[in-house]
Structures are given as structure tokens and as C-alpha cells.
Design a protein. Sequence first.
Length: 214
Amino acid sequence: MIKTALWLVSEIGEGNIFTKEQHRDAFPGISQADRRMRDLRDFGWVIHTNTDDITLRSEEQRFVTAGLPVWEPGVRRRATSSSISAKQRKAIFAADDYQCVVCGIAGGEVYLDAANDTAVLAVTRRSVRLPGGAVQEKLVTECKRCRAGNGTDEPVDVARLLSDIRNLDETERARLMRWMERGRRGASPIDRAWTRYRRLPADSRDAVFKQLRG
Ligand SMILES: [Zn+2]
């Protein structure tokens, strides 16, 4: 991971594009080089694939910004050592409305593209680059998929995405634009109501439903 970080800084440079092949060629014989690259994300490194940035081709990635200096002694240990208490975990889940902050899925909900894969939420540490440029560690709620850094491998059909977005009504489109600006999905009142409803025991869910229906 350290070698990859140094390679990005010295050979690629922030803002520039590289290919998976270039990365592999830089470290011949090293298995799981891709994984080492993904591990850097835990330390605030921002590396985009074509899922994050539609202007990239599938074999390309962009080194957006460097995070914590993982090559310095102690940096990695400090970032990973202290464990998260159950109380902390509860508070983080509640603050994030029991939703993955990356993809917005709620715990126990089924992924749209995989009928039998349900989301499991966990609290992870993320190094976040603040507007002033400083890197700070934050605890966030993520689902197992986003945590592993592997969303779906389905290629994104940009034309279809754009037409789907254009077909949204004005209010929905405005909300989506706010999420895009913020870089994360926010919970709307309907999301929050749904999440709270889902957390009820089955008989209470039933009671709520019956009450509303009539
Ligand atoms: Zn997720």
C-alpha cells in the first residue's frame, strides 16, 4: 500500500489518470495490487474509477487527492488502532439514519441489482479531507458492499442514466442535484419514516399500516 501511495504521488500526480495496466506494470509480481490501491481509501486517499467519474473509461482510474501520509511511521497504526464501542456505533447509526452514507441503502434492505443480497451496515473510519485541506478521521455508516469498495461491476449506461434523471419530476431532480453537490445522499422525511417503520417489530408495523389505511 505504501509503494502504491508513493507511486501515485511521484509518478501519476494528483488529478491525473492512470490505467490498471500501468499500475500492475509498476509492481510486477505483486498480487492484489488493486486491493492495496483500495485500502488507501481508508486513509483519505481519493481514487476514482468510472463508477465515480463517468468521463473515465473502464480501465482508467483518476488519482484525485492524496490522504494521510501512510509511509510515515505510526500514521497507519493511529488511524486503525482504537476500536469503536457499541455505544459509539449506535450513535453513528442513528446520526446517519441507519443508512449507508455512500449508496443510501438501509440495513436489511435488498440491493436493487441483486434480489437476494441484503445490506449489512457497519461503522467504518474514513479519513475526510476538510475544505481547508486538513485530513480528519470520521466514523460513518457504510454497507458491506461500499465498505469493501466494490459496488456492482455492471457498467453504467450514461445515456440511460441521464434520461432517467431527466424523467424525474422537478422536486426529485432538485433533491438529486443537492445530493450530487453534497457528495452523499441525504435522508428525506419519507426515508426517515420508512427507516423507522422498518425498525418496528412485525406486529407494530402491522398496527401502523392498518391505522393509516383506515
Ligand atoms: Zn452502501
